[in-house]
Design a protein around this ligand. Structure first.
Ligand code: GRF
Length: 239
């Protein structure tokens, strides 16, 4: 008889408010995953309080405290490995990671980005999209490689906002998408349900069962990696 699987030990890297960290604490933490470490690039990040409130060990790895990024990342990787982390989740982490760090967690670093990649990578993604005149916005969860927001896409969701003019308005619409998508990606990873397609390493394969019933009502659940396009619960576009 199969027992209940152990939660996957994960680390979360943050720099700011930490609403995505909160979403992970509220959903997958203690279930499919165990957040064993929260590391921040800034000492005053609100995210650090969230970790503390949940009894999760946290530490600050500020760039200014090290001679260079490589030294900072080596210390960071050592701490995360010592905590037993097997997946690293970037949740609003505003720093690039060195190749050596990525090598320590091969195919096991993921990021959430507030645009439909490959459109609008890097900082100010929502502002970039608004300045471009985009009418469809979205969120991408992807594996992290050495580029800026260039790694293979895991999950992506879009929302139509043809009248949006202000970044805050778009951010408010994207938040629920981020807070659903990032935990879902962690769940898939923890359950061993993400594999790379040898024929196209840019496309992680799911097992066709990635559709979650947990999308916020009214949002399109849409296409999942390796799965067909289907409407989500309450999807207005489905009539
Ligand atoms: C999110 O918009 C995420 O997409 C981006 O940084 C922001 C982090 O927000 N990478 P929070 O700190 O999780 O609230």
């Amino acid at each position: 008889m199969r027992g209940v699987p152990e939660p996957l030990p994960i680390a979360v890297l943050v720099s700011g408010t930490g609403t995505n960290l909160q979403a992970l604490l509220d959903t997958v933490h203690g279930r499919e995953a165990q957040i064993v470490a929260v590391a921040s690039s800034t000492a005053n990040a609100r995210a650090l309080q969230r970790a503390e409130e949940h009894g999760v060990p946290s530490a600050v790895f500020a760039r200014a405290d090290y001679s260079d990024r490589e030294e900072r990342d080596a210390a960071l990787a050592d701490w995360l490995l010592a905590r037993g982390a097997r997946l690293v989740v970037l949740a609003g982490y505003m720093e690039l990671l060195s190749a050596a760090f990525l090598g320590s967690f091969a195919n096991a670093v993921i990021n959430v980005h507030p645009s439909l990649l490959p459109a609008f990578p890097g900082i100010r993604a929502i502002e970039q999209a608004l300045e471009y005149g985009a009418q469809v916005f979205g969120v991408t969860v992807h594996f992290v490689d050495e580029g800026v927001d260039t790694g293979p896409v895991i999950l992506q969701r879009a929302v139509e906002l043809p009248d949006a003019r202000e970044p805050q308005e778009v951010l408010a619409a994207l938040r629920p998408l981020e807070h659903a998508l990032l935990p879902q990606a962690v769940r898939l990873f923890a359950q061993g349900r993400l594999r790379f397609d040898p024929a196209n390493p840019r496309r992680p394969l799911g097992d066709g069962k990635q559709q979650s019933a947990e999308w916020p009502t009214g949002l399109r659940a849409g296409r999942t990696a390796g799965g067909p396009s289907t409407g989500g619960p309450g999807d207005p576009s489905e009539g």
